[in-house]
Design a protein around this ligand. Structure first.
Ligand SMILES: Cc1cc2nc3c(=O)[nH]c(=O)nc-3n(C[C@H](O)[C@H](O)[C@H](O)COP(=O)(O)OP(=O)(O)OC[C@H]3O[C@@H](n4cnc5c(N)ncnc54)[C@H](O)[C@@H]3O)c2cc1C
Length: 351
């Protein structure tokens, strides 16, 4: 078999790159071994505001401009809904936070998103003594459902192999590679935390952050917006909500733990005051990077290999834009954003 691209990994990064390839009529084959779970367990939230500090997310506005049509095209392709739009309500815990919100809501980058009024209304089911501030134009992408639909389509197109990609089996030819009988111009590695096993890129400084998330059924909580307090409570419909997420920098497994669940319950019960039942509990490892920027680019010694990784805590927003940029870097030699290009780490001799 001969293809333009081999794509290793089909989480948000791999999917975004594959969609870009399809738009440009490139041939490809995907390898996916389900060793990582991050995209499948993600809340899927998109929100261009850092709710801790009321600041703009790095390139958030530009990322959303790419991401929204990206997911809409996929909704049309698979005749399904993935984008659920809702407001996000940040619960304030002090007068000082209210004041900071007012100041932030007048800033040029933020005023399109932050409601300049503070809602003092009391809600049934959760405590909001200091009121809430609403963020507009936020929502969630049903990532797991989207990935499932995309995978099923790739199965029918015979473009996905459910097996582990074995790095040692790459044969380097002059400008191409051969892998177990598949000849390709490039291999794009989109392995999330799986990168640590990749001998070509494992030296890059990934700081894996395990996250746990639970799904609750709370029939008395009639909320159709995301509540952000000590944890987020994200509406899924039919009185179900995702509650998350933890950050654990030590545990490198994707297994849910009692400790993680306990932390989520304690934080949830600090502001939600209605009965609920936990109906699901999942975990995954976010591929985060020291400088909080993605890891994108061609390998400096093996130009047939490239990486698309480091999406961190915001894969939903970043993936579409960064996949497109990597594609044009490879195909048209367009410059990558130096903040994202892995070349920024070359001086540290980690390749
Ligand atoms: C609990 C939690 C909540 C989150 N909530 C949000 C949120 O609300 N909004 C948001 O934007 N982001 C969220 N994130 C972050 C988001 O999930 C990540 O940014 C994103 O999933 C990273 O996608 P990825 O494709 O790079 O990695 P992954 O999703 O890990 O995908 C990598 C894929 O590569 C495969 N793979 C790896 N190695 C190999 C190999 N050798 N051979 C074959 N296949 C391989 C893996 O099986 C996997 O499917 C959350 C993450 C967690 C853990």
């Amino acid at each position: 078999m001969e293809v333009d691209y081999i794509v290793v990994g089909f989480g948000l990064a791999g999917m975004a790159f594959v969609k870009t390839l399809e738009e440009h009529h490139k041939s490809f084959v995907v390898f996916e071994d389900t060793s990582q779970t991050s995209s499948n367990v993600a809340g899927g939230v998109y929100n261009p505001i850092v709710l801790k500090r009321f600041t703009a997310v790095w390139q958030g506005d530009r990322q959303l401009k790419e991401a929204m049509p990206f997911y809409e095209i996929l909704e049309n392709k698979f005749q399904s809904t993935y984008d659920y739009k809702f407001e996000t309500a940040r619960i304030f815990t002090s007068i000082e936070e209210q004041n900071n919100w007012y100041v932030a809501s007048e800033k040029p980058l933020l005023k399109d998103y932050l409601d300049d009024q503070i809602t003092a209304k009391k809600y049934h089911g959760f405590i909001s003594d200091f009121g809430v501030g609403k963020v507009k134009k936020t929502g969630r992408i049903a990532v797991k459902a989207l990935l499932e639909d995309y995978k099923n389509y790739l199965i029918t197109e015979q473009r996905i192999l459910f097996e582990t990609f074995v790095y040692e089996d790459i044969d380097f030819l002059e400008d191409t590679v051969s892998y177990r009988g598949i000849k390709a111009k490039k291999i794009i590695f989109c392995e999330g935390y799986g990168m640590h096993k990749n001998p070509f890129f494992s030296g890059l400084p990934m700081r894996e952050a395990k996250g746990e998330i639970v799904t609750i059924y709370a029939p008395d909580l009639n909320v159709d917006f995301l509540i952000k307090s000590a944890v987020f409570v994200l509406p899924l419909g039919e009185h179900c909500y995702k509650v998350g997420a933890t950050f654990n920098w030590k545990d490198k497994t994707s297994l849910p733990t009692e400790e993680g669940k306990k932390e989520l319950i304690e934080k949830l019960e600090s502001f939600v005051k209605v009965p609920y039942e936990i109906i699901d509990h999942a975990a995954g490892i976010r591929p985060t990077v020291k400088d909080r920027r993605p890891l994108v680019g061609l390998h400096p010694d093996y130009s047939q290999l490239a990486i698309l990784n480091g999406l961190g805590t915001r894969g939903v927003m970043i993936a579409p834009k960064i996949a497109k940029e990597l594609y044009h870097h490879i195909e048209s030699n367009d410059l990558l954003d130096p903040e994202c290009d892995i070349i920024r780490f070359q001086k540290a001799s980690i390749f």
